[in-house]
Design a protein around this ligand. Structure first.
Ligand code: 6GU
Length: 232
């Protein structure tokens, strides 16, 4: 998977992918992450202007269309033959969930467009963007943190990235449910004992307990997920 990230704040990505799993994926050549500054495509050599006032007189600034279009065209040239999908990170986008992450992980390459200010000119969305994605119902200052979330979540699903130890199988959402509670040593911590079944050595009972806890937790916290998991 090739990620090409277009942003006005490339420095925000410094250190973002030096975490063990993403770094290992990059080192193994399973993914590559390329960061580009949209300002480099402003064409306005003197001022490098990338924003302007909105028509209609709303408060705040918008990202101008020309630098964005030039930055996307350049990214498409870099990814020529790799069939890039252009994803614009915006609170107005489709809410990112594990199904969308799976869909994105099947692509050959992704161009992640990070917005700032009040957003971008609609014509860029209409002409250049394939998918709009939001990471939740709250407002962030820009698409950079959402782009990092997309890179992380998508990379984890690329074959060969996760070892058995960090297997996706015990992750929340893997089977559409939240993960059951987890325990490690010591057996008694601040007077609280690890559930007996987990130290019983009885694998069928352990699996049964985990499944039941996973269902209970999902029912209590995220009942909306149960329909998606085919359980009521
Ligand atoms: Cl993708 N962008 C911004 N600016 N805020 C968000 C978001 C995206 N997703 C949730 N909040």
């Amino acid at each position: 998977m090739l990620f090409d990230i277009l942003t006005l704040f490339p420095a925000m990505f410094d250190g973002a992918f030096t975490d063990s799993i993403i770094k290992r994926a990059v080192d193994k050549g399973l993914v590559s992450v390329d960061i580009h500054n949209i300002r480099d495509y402003s064409g306005d050599v003197k001022h490098q202007t990338v924003d302007d006032y909105p028509y209609g007189g709303d408060a705040g600034m918008l990202m101008k269309p020309e630098p964005l279009a030039a930055a996307i065209r350049a990214a498409k040239e870099r990814l020529d033959g790799r069939n890039p999908t252009v994803v614009y990170l915006t609170p107005a986008g489709r809410l990112l969930n594990q199904d969308t992450v799976k869909e994105l992980s099947a692509k050959e390459s992704l161009i992640l467009l990070c917005g700032r200010y009040k957003g971008i000119d609609q014509r860029v969305i209409d002409s250049y963007v394939d998918m709009e994605v939001s990471i939740g119902d709250y407002v962030l200052s820009g698409g950079e943190i959402p782009a990092m979330a997309v890179v992380d979540a998508v990379t984890r699903l690329i074959p060969g990235v996760l070892s058995n130890i960090d297997s996706a199988e015990t992750d929340s959402f893997h089977n559409g449910l939240l993960s059951h509670p987890h325990y490690t040593r010591p057996e008694v911590f601040e007077g609280i004992k690890v559930p007996e079944v987990l130290i019983s050595g009885h694998h069928a009972n352990i699996r049964g307990w985990q499944k039941q806890k996973s269902l209970e937790l999902t029912k209590a916290r995220r009942p909306d997920l149960l329909n998606g998991a085919g359980i009521d």
